[in-house]
Design a protein around this ligand. Structure first.
Ligand code: 3VV
Ligand code: UBL
Length: 217
C-alpha cells in the first residue's frame, strides 16, 4: 500500500525512473540489498523497485516522526541506534536469523546517512556482515546522481530523470566474518563505478576523498 502511494509522487515532482536489471531480483529467498542514499527522494526510488517481503534498516530517530514513524513501524522497518555500534550489531545479528526464518529481504543504505555530494561515502560494514551471517545473496542497486535537478543549497528542484540499475547478485556462501572487509571494498568499488557511469560524471581519484577505507593507489 505504501509503495503504491509513494510511487505516484513522481508525477507530482516530474521525475522519471529508468530502471535496468530488475530481472536480477527474480531470485527466491532472503537477500540483502544495498544502495546509495542521496536524499529523502530516495524513498520514491526505493518504492519504485521494492521487491516483495523486503524491509529496510532505518535510524531510530525516524520512529519518532509521528504518522510516518508509525507507517514505517507497521511496514516492518528495523530501527537501529547508529550512535551505539554494539546495540546496532546486536539488532542486526537478530535480523540474520529472522531473514532466514521468515524469508525476508533486507534493504540497507551502507553509507549510513544521506549524502548528496555526487559521490559515495565510505561504507559501513553492517550490511555485509548481515549477508555473510545469513549466507544470503547480496544485491547492489545504484541511483544516478540527483545533482542536476535537485540541489537544496542552490534551491534547485526541477523535473528530471533518475537512472537505476540492479546489478547481478553476489553470492556469500562460504564467506566468513574475515571476508567482510574485502567484500565491502569490492562492492564499494563496483558501486562507485556504476554510480559514475549512470550519472555521466567522471571518476575522481579515490584517495582524495576517502581516507581510511581503501589504500592509496
Ligand atoms: C501517505 C504517504 C506516507 C509515506 C510514508 C512513507 C514511509 C516509508 C516507509 C518505509 C521506508 C523506510 C525507509 C527507511 C530508510 C531509512 C534510511 C536510514 O535511516 S539510513 C541510516 C541508518 N542505516 C544505517 O546506518 C545503515 C546500517 N549501518 C550499519 O550497518 C553499520 O555498520 C552499523 C550501525 C551496524 C555500525 O556502524 P559503525 O559506525 O559503528 O561502523 P562500522 O565500520 O560499520 O562498524 C564498526 C565495526 O563493527 C564491525 N561490525 C559492524 N557490524 C557488525 C556485525 N553485524 N557483526 C560483527 N561485526 C560488525 C565492523 O566490521 C567494524 O569493525 P572493523 O572496523 O571491521 O574492525
Ligand atoms: C524536498 C522534496 C521532498 C519530496 C519527498 C517525496 C518522497 C517522500 C516519500 C515518503 C515520505 C516519508 C519518508 C520518510 C522516510 C525518511 C527516510 C530518510 O531519508 O531518512 C533519513 C535517513 O535516511 C538518514 O538520515 P541522516 O541523513 O543521517 O539525517
Amino acid at each position: 500500500i505504501i509503495a503504491n502511494i509513494v510511487k505516484t509522487f513522481k508525477y507530482i515532482y516530474g521525475l522519471r525512473f529508468e530502471v535496468q536489471g530488475l530481472e536480477n531480483f527474480e531470485v527466491e529467498g532472503p537477500c540483502v540489498i544495498v544502495s546509495n542514499h542521496q536524499s529523502i527522494l530516495d524513498m520514491m526510488g526505493l518504492m519504485e523497485i521494492l521487491p516483495d517481503d523486503c524491509v529496510q534498516i532505518g535510524k531510530k530517530e525516524l520512529l519518532y516522526t509521528g504518522p510516518v514513524g508509525l507507517i514505517m513501524y507497521l511496514g516492518g522497518v528495523i530501527f537501529i541506534n547508529r550512535k551505539s555500534t554494539s546495540n546496532a550489531k546486536t539488532v542486526m545479528s537478530g535480523v540474520a536469523q529472522t531473514m532466514l526464518d521468515e524469508n525476508v529481504k533486507v534493504w540497507v543504505y551502507p553509507e549510513g546517512t544521506r549524502n548528496g555530494n555526487g559521490d559515495l561515502l565510505p561504507f559501513k560494514k553492517g550490511a555485509f556482515h548481515l549477508a555473510v551471517q545469513a549466507q544470503a545473496n547480496l544485491f547492489t542497486v545504484l541511483y544516478s546522481s540527483f545533482t542536476s535537478f535537485y540541489n537544496p543549497a542552490k534551491k534547485l528542484f526541477i523535473s528530471g530523470k533518475i537512472r537505476v540499475e540492479v546489478l547481478q547478485p553476489i553470492e556469500t556462501k562460504g564467506l566468513t566474518a574475515e571476508d567482510v572487509a574485502d567484500l565491502t571494498e569490492r562492492c564499494y568499488c563496483t558501486m562507485r563505478e556504476t554510480f559514475f557511469r549512470l550519472s555521466g560524471t567522471a571518476r575522481e581519484p579515490l584517495a582524495s576523498r576517502h581516507n581510511g577505507l581503501l589504500p592509496d593507489p
